[in-house]
Structure formats: structure tokens, C-alpha cells
Design a protein around this ligand. Structure first.
Ligand code: FO1
Length: 307
């Protein structure tokens, strides 16, 4: 079994590459639940949905999240009425949230709801939410604590002073079983603080991951995050204000964050090599499907695992 712990866009691209090279019954993908929210009275699970849409070939190719060929007529109505319009839910996407919320209200666990969605959309690998129950990432800012989406989307990522996870998070049994059976655990190029850490913080996860071979792919390229607020998180949470940022936003900052967990590290060719862990320098930016497949093959070969 190959188990991937993933956030949204960056993670989903490598997951898509892995899904194209690994036998479907050998790949388990665990989606971060910390970004999930109630919006318009509906349960919305952005990372789970980004992975679902990407694996189903239905993701919007430019935004990376939400559906391709999307329209926002419901959002327009909400705006016209003076309702909440800061979080852009598209009409096609809305259909998933309505259905998921109804199934959850009928008593189905989130993992079962996800199984039904994946079956209907023809998703091959097993996709699991990291938590069956709400497990929210909370960001402390100078103006108080915010939920993840309020912080990222509504407030446009003001400096994060601390991050914590709130709720009675509970991984589905299938997540723990998959980790127990994992030949390899993969951390794709997702944000360590707000995508991977929320999964690792769930009961039973970190110790299982630590007992398995782990390969991580750097989410930093040339001192920048490929997508999202990672560079700002690093600057605000771990960098030394007395030293130039350019010296610090390098792959080793990610390796240090994952100390004790990661056995092998893949990073962008041309960036400074991290110390203390076997590493592979290659092209980590995935602009098209060929890049996703090539990187997936390279990660597996470097980890010594057959697809
Ligand atoms: N990201 C935005 O920047 N603005 C949005 O309005 C927005 C809406 C949205 C709706 C559904 C969904 O699944 C994702 C959405 N995202 C939006 C992306 C999301 O905020 C983040 O990219 C992920 O949570 C981080 O992985």
C-alpha cells in the first residue's frame, strides 16, 4: 500500500500522477480535513473535493480548486440578496455540497459519503477524509483567531501567529489500517503547517507515519511556495527575522519541520540541497499531466517502491 497525506492543489497534482502509475488498489489518499467549513448551511470539504475533482478529471485547470466549466449563478443570487458571498461556491460544486450534507444528516459518516461520491465520479484510488468528525485548523492573527477559510479567503492570509486544531478529530479506521499496511507514505508538495500537520495531529496518525518509510516532496521552489500561503507561514512562524529570508526559504526548512518523520526528500533542481536526509533534486513543478506522471515515477523509484 502507498499512502499519500494530501492538501489541495499541489498535493492533488502529484496524487493524480501517482494514480496514473500505481495500481488503483495499492493507492490510498488521505485528504486534510482542517480546511472544511459550514457555508450556506452546507458541509464543504475543499481539499477532499479538490482531490476528488482532480482524480475524476473534473477540476478547473487554472484555479486548481472547484469544477471545470463552472458557473456562479447561485453565488450571484446570494450576493444580490445581501447573503454571504466571500467564498465562491460554483453551481456544479454546490450540487456536491447539497448531496453530501443530506447524506451526513441521514447519518452516513464522511468516509462513506466520500466513497459514494468517488464511485459516482469514477475515482480509482481510495480517497479518505483525514477525520470523520470536524477537526478545524484555527489561525491566530493580530486581530484574533480565525477559521482556515476565513483566514485564507475572507481575510487574504494576514500574518499567522500560531496554528492549532480544534475538535474531536477522529481518523476513519481505514486511514489507520492503511498506514499500518503502508509500504511507503508520501507527503506531496502540500503546506506542512496547514495541510499535513492537521492530519499528523489526529489521534494515532503521527506514530504510525513515524513507523513507516516516508518520502516528502518540497513545496518550495526558488524560495517561494508554488501555490498558497506557505512562504508567509514560514516567514511568520519559523523564520529568524534577523537573517535574510532568501537564506531561509530553502528545502532544509521543510526537512527540519518534518524532523523524525521523513526518510527521503525530493526538492527542486537548483535549490540548495537539504542536509541530514537522502535527497533527490529534480523538476517538482507540475504544469501538465506528463510532469505529474514523471514526478510520481521519480518519487517511487527514489523511495525504492514498485508501482
Ligand atoms: N479559494 C479562494 O481563494 N477563493 C474562494 O472563493 C474559494 C472558494 C472555494 C470553494 C470550494 C472549494 O472546494 C475551494 C474553494 N477555494 C477558494 C479554495 C480553498 O480555499 C483552498 O484552496 C483550499 O482550502 C486550500 O487547500
Amino acid at each position: 500500500m502507498i499512502v499519500v497525506l494530501s492538501g489541495g492543489v499541489g498535493g492533488a497534482r502529484l496524487v493524480d500522477g501517482l494514480a496514473r502509475v500505481v495500481r488503483r488498489d495499492r493507492l490510498v489518499v488521505v485528504a486534510n480535513s482542517g480546511d472544511d467549513l459550514w457555508h450556506w448551511g452546507l458541509r464543504v470539504c475543499p481539499d477532499l473535493d479538490t482531490l476528488t475533482y482532480t482524480l475524476a478529471g473534473r477540476a478547473d485547470p487554472t484555479r486548481g480548486w472547484g469544477r471545470a466549466d463552472e458557473r456562479f449563478l447561485a453565488l450571484e443570487t446570494a450576493k444580490e440578496l445581501g447573503g454571504d458571498d466571500w467564498f465562491a461556491i460554483g453551481d456544479r460544486d454546490l450540487g456536491l455540497h447539497v448531496t453530501r450534507t443530506a447524506w451526513l444528516r441521514d447519518g452516513a459518516p464522511l468516509s462513506e459519503v466520500t466513497r459514494r461520491v468517488c464511485a459516482a465520479f469514477g475515482v480509482g484510488p481510495t480517497l479518505l477524509p483525514a477525520s470523520e468528525t470536524p477537526w478545524e485548523t484555527r489561525i491566530r492573527t493580530d486581530d484574533g483567531e480565525l477559521s482556515f477559510q476565513e483566514w485564507l479567503v475572507r481575510r487574504r492570509a494576514p500574518p499567522a501567529r500560531a496554528i492549532r486544531f480544534e475538535g474531536d478529530g477522529a481518523p476513519p479506521t481505514a486511514v489507520l489500517d492503511a498506514l499500518d499496511a503502508a509500504e511507503l507514505v508520501v507527503f506531496p508538495p502540500s503546506n506542512p503547517f496547514v495541510s499535513i500537520d492537521p492530519i499528523l495531529a489526529l489521534p494515532g496518525v503521527r506514530e504510525r507515519v513515524a513507523a513507516r518509510p516516508v518520502v516528502a516532496v518540497s513545496p518550495l521552489v526558488g524560495g517561494r511556495a508554488v501555490k498558497g500561503p506557505l512562504a508567509e507561514n514560514l516567514r511568520d512562524l519559523v523564520c529568524d527575522p534577523a537573517r535574510p529570508l532568501s537564506e531561509q526559504l530553502v528545502p532544509s526548512i521543510i526537512v527540519d519541520h518534518y524532523a523524525g518523520l521523513v526518510d527521503r526528500f525530493v526538492y527542486e533542481r537548483g535549490d540548495p540541497a537539504p542536509v541530514g536526509v537522502p535527497s533527490l533534486a529534480t523538476g517538482t513543478v507540475m504544469n501538465d499531466v506528463a510532469d505529474r506522471v514523471r514526478l510520481a515515477r521519480e518519487v517511487l523509484a527514489f523511495a525504492g517502491v514498485d508501482p
